[in-house]
Design a binder for this molecule. Structure first.
Ligand code: UDP
Length: 473
């Protein structure tokens, strides 16, 4: 039997694309700079989706993607939260991972298991086979800091976080109201909360934690994370890792051709991540607000959210015909300065385009980092998961975003507010300030990833540590 002595890693991202993207980028860097070979083993509850396949195309031959068989969930209570589906998909795939380990162990020099923040049940397999396990944390440093504290907060805070009278203190972060914490923490009786807490408790089992951020972006939060503390694994900031291109379309997308025709930094890109959808009345207000702002825009529109569908996420069977969800005449009235893209846009290419001058974003961490590396300032419009925390930090802390205010009674942002914030970002003084800060961070991001940059150095340290691993005792 052929034994490959090249150091080999198994990477397990949780379902979806949001976590797959940075882990694939991480894998690419390890392979190209440090000569590893890697298996990316992907659990899911449904067959591979188009966006997932797109992320996995054009990989070097030393990275092998592998989809585990879809997990079924007939036994769960109705409408489980998305985090429940994500985490349990991984947990129920552990037997597949065990088989994979069995088959790899005789054939490769397996030096580590690297998994994301929802996938720590896989650590059991690594421990069984005496292989070190590592946590790759895709969201922000602030989130990691919160996650490491979650087990103790769970003890300290009685009742729901959103009812807690004091602001929540997270080391190195500006204090935050309980209602802004990530979604699954908002209902402590739900399985999603229990599963999240279970994972957070296991972070300390990792031999090290790799973080997709960099010190200039989150100085205080990262400083706090780097402080040694008994039981806390060492933290290595290795970001910002983002995709260089979307590579799903061989032909250049229409929206990019349209961007070619627009003035420099004049277009606002509007998009809510891989699974963001708005309520119908919010779609209407956003449309009218964009129209009122008089600014140019590209808007990725999806079917409105709907009470019955909470787990739409990985479903790419969504409707392409979106104009019927928009106010009557909207497309016609804005056709000279706006473009509606159904479902999915080549976001990375759009943000990199010099005509793009702003990004109205749900503040998912990949989107945030993609904005940073391209120097595009943000309008923070959090939708789900940990995005309210991100929005809070980006607006109040780092100051690279403007945040529109909701009409609390209606629970939506109204058109006047949309128009005001959009204009302010694209033309106003406030917009100028966040744009300058963004440009500064763009340079810093480049530096961090450059040859002598801090993120590259951290990666070299990690590679060295991984290669030193002796297995099989
Ligand atoms: N994305 C894209 N086109 C779209 C929507 C999303 O290419 O129309 C990509 C985006 O560039 C980002 C990822 O999908 O890399 C979304 O990740 P993020 O962490 O921002 O949000 P999530 O979808 O995980 O909530």
């Amino acid at each position: 039997l052929h034994f490959d002595s090249q150091p080999h890693l198994v990477i397990v991202p949780s379902p979806g694309v949001g976590h797959l993207i940075p882990l694939v980028e991480f894998a690419k860097r390890l392979v190209s700079l440090h000569n590893f070979s890697i298996t990316i083993a992907i659990p899911s509850n449904i067959p591979p989706t188009k966006p997932q396949r797109a992320v996995l195309t054009n990989l070097p031959s030393t990275i092998q993607p592998l989809f585990f068989p879809p997990i079924s969930f007939n036994d769960l209570p109705e409408n489980p939260k998305i985090e429940t589906i994500i985490i349990l998909s991984v947990t129920r795939s552990v037997p597949f991972l065990r088989n994979l380990f069995k088959s790899l162990i005789g054939k490769t020099h397996l030096v580590g298991l690297i998994v994301d923040h929802f996938s720590t049940d896989t650590f059991d397999v690594a421990i069984e086979f005496n292989v070190p396990c590592y946590l790759f944390f895709p969201p922000s440093a602030m989130n990691l800091s919160f996650a490491l504290q979650m087990p103790s907060l769970d003890q300290i805070v009685a009742g729901e976080y959103r009812d807690h009278p004091e602001l929540i203190q997270i080391p190195g972060c500006i204090p935050i109201h309980g209602k802004e914490l990530q979604e699954p923490t908002q209902d402590r009786s739900d399985d999603a909360y229990k599963l999240l807490l279970h994972n957070c408790k296991r972070y300390r089992m990792a031999d090290a934690i790799f973080l997709n951020s960099f010190p200039e972006l989150e100085p205080e939060a990262i400083k706090a994370l780097l402080e040694e503390e008994p039981g806390k694994p060492p933290v290595y900031p290795i970001g910002p890792l983002v995709r260089k291109d979307c590579s799903e379309n061989e032909e250049r997308a229409d929206c990019l051709k349209w961007l070619d025709e627009q003035p420099k930094e004049s277009v606002l890109f509007v998009s809510f991540g891989s699974r963001g959808a708005l309520w119908l009345d919010q779609i209407t207000e956003l449309a009218l607000g964009l129209e009122m702002s008089g600014q140019r825009f590209i808007w990725v529109v999806r079917k409105p959210k709907d009470e019955t569908v909470t787990t739409m996420l990985f479903n790419d069977q969504n409707e392409k015909e979106v104009s019927r969800f928009l106010p009557e005449g909207f497309i016609e009235r804005t056709k000279n300065r706006g473009m509606v893209v159904p479902l999915w846009a080549p976001q990375v290419e759009v943000l990199r385009h010099e005509s793009t001058g702003g990004f109205l974003s749900h503040c998912g961490w990949n989107s945030t980092l993609e904005a940073v590396v391209n120097g595009v300032p943000l309008i923070a419009w959090p939708a789900y998961a940990e995005q309210r925390m991100n929005a809070h930090m980006l607006t109040e802390g780092i100051k690279i975003a403007l945040r529109p205010k909701k009409n609390e009674e209606r629970g939506i942002v109204e058109k006047e507010e949309v128009a005001k914030v959009v204009k302010s970002l694209m033309e106003g003084e406030e917009g100028k300030r966040v744009r300058e800060k963004m440009k500064y961070l763009k340079n810093e991001a480049e530096r961090a990833l450059g040859e002598d940059g801090c993120s590259s150095k951290a990666l070299s340290e990690i590679a060295l540590k991984l290669k030193k691993t002796k297995i099989g005792n």
